[in-house]
Write a protein that binds this ligand. Structure first.
Ligand code: PLP
Ligand code: CA
Length: 306
């Protein structure tokens, strides 16, 4: 197999690479779908990988859905997937709080209803989900009523993010021993036509700035996402391929965990971005250089069909 990195994956090399792995981790947005539209051929690739005996998992930094919601979306789009194969940051953050932080008490959640459901599924109660409306009389910001059971602040994607939530998070984080966990640091969510909207990283930065503290983050590129999969399914990193569209999250996760890495060009990052990291000579940036790249994961189809 080629010794150099950032190699176009095509021809006989596809089969060789697929034969060298037992499991494949797929990022979701920009890899298997874009928004609500499946990438053409992606469902066939996933389904054929499974028919060929590969274990397939989905690792997404998007905290707005439960495992069940992802599995339902995948099934609707023609993917053969179960909720046990989905590792999103809503679920993984709940696992992190339970198994790593061993949090006892409630969580102040700046996040989605899906996060609330995943927290509750592992026995962690939350306060904070939904709009936190400022009452006309509430002007004593530093003395807002707090819940004495709260032992951690957790920040994910929250469409109801507000000054009041930011303030409440700061008040909790000023208490001794209060844990601080974020789902992920993606700063922008790219949309069709070159547009973008603010990602969870913006909300997390706001809370970190207010609290003058750094959160621990669960999502890619933190190895916890892979640890979750590996501990449940006994994955050998040497025989595992990470497929993603972002160099700073997906490819970095793969590098951090000793996986083979494949960049697909249907999302955020480009080959030029990867080459710039490679040529930089900066040791840290080498983790963002993928082993291989493809235009689309549909490029794997011929090797799976033949
Ligand atoms: N976070 C949010 C809120 C999103 O909507 C998305 C993509 O839609 C992401 C993160 C990135 O998800 P992924 O890791 O699947 O690319
Ligand atoms: Ca992605």
């Amino acid at each position: 197999m080629s010794g150099s990195k950032c190699t176009r994956l095509g021809g006989p090399l596809v089969k060789q690479v697929l034969e060298s792995v037992d499991s494949v981790l797929f990022d979701c947005d920009g890899v298997i779908w874009r928004g609500d539209q499946a990438i053409p051929g992606a469902a066939q690739v996933i389904n054929l990988l499974k028919e060929n005996g590969k274990k397939v998992f989905f690792v997404t930094n998007n905290s707005t859905k439960t495992r069940k919601m992802y599995a339902d979306k995948m099934n609707t789009l023609g993917f053969d997937a179960t909720e046990e194969e989905v590792f999103g940051t809503a679920y993984c953050s709940a696992m992190y709080l339970k198994t790593v932080c061993k949090v006892e008490g409630k969580v102040y959640l700046v996040g989605s209803n899906a996060m609330k459901q995943e927290l509750e599924a592992v026995g962690i109660q939350q306060t904070g989900v939904g709009p936190d409306l400022i009452s006309g009389k509430q002007l004593d910001w530093a003395n807002v009523p707090l819940d004495a059971d709260v032992k951690a602040v957790v920040v994910g994607f929250d469409e109801h993010f507000s000054y009041m939530k930011l303030n409440r998070a700061l008040q909790y984080l000023s208490q001794p021993g209060c844990l601080f966990v974020g789902t992920n640091r993606d700063t922008r969510l790219p949309l069709e036509g070159g547009k973008a909207v603010p990602g969870t990283g913006c909300l997390l930065k706001a809370v970190e700035t207010a609290a003058q503290r750094q959160a621990e983050t669960v999502g890619k590129p933190n190895h916890f996402m892979f640890d979750c999969v590996a501990s449940q399914y006994g994955i050998d990193p040497n025989r595992c391929l990470m497929v993603g569209d972002r160099l700073d999250t997906d490819i970095m996760l793969g590098s951090n965990c000793g996986l083979k890495t494949l960049l697909t060009l249907t999302g955020v990052s480009t080959v030029a971005d990867a080459e710039a990291h490679q040529k930089s000579g900066c040791a840290e940036r080498q983790g963002m250089v993928p082993d291989y790249y493809v235009d689309s994961i549909a490029d794997l189809l011929p090797a799976l069909q033949g």
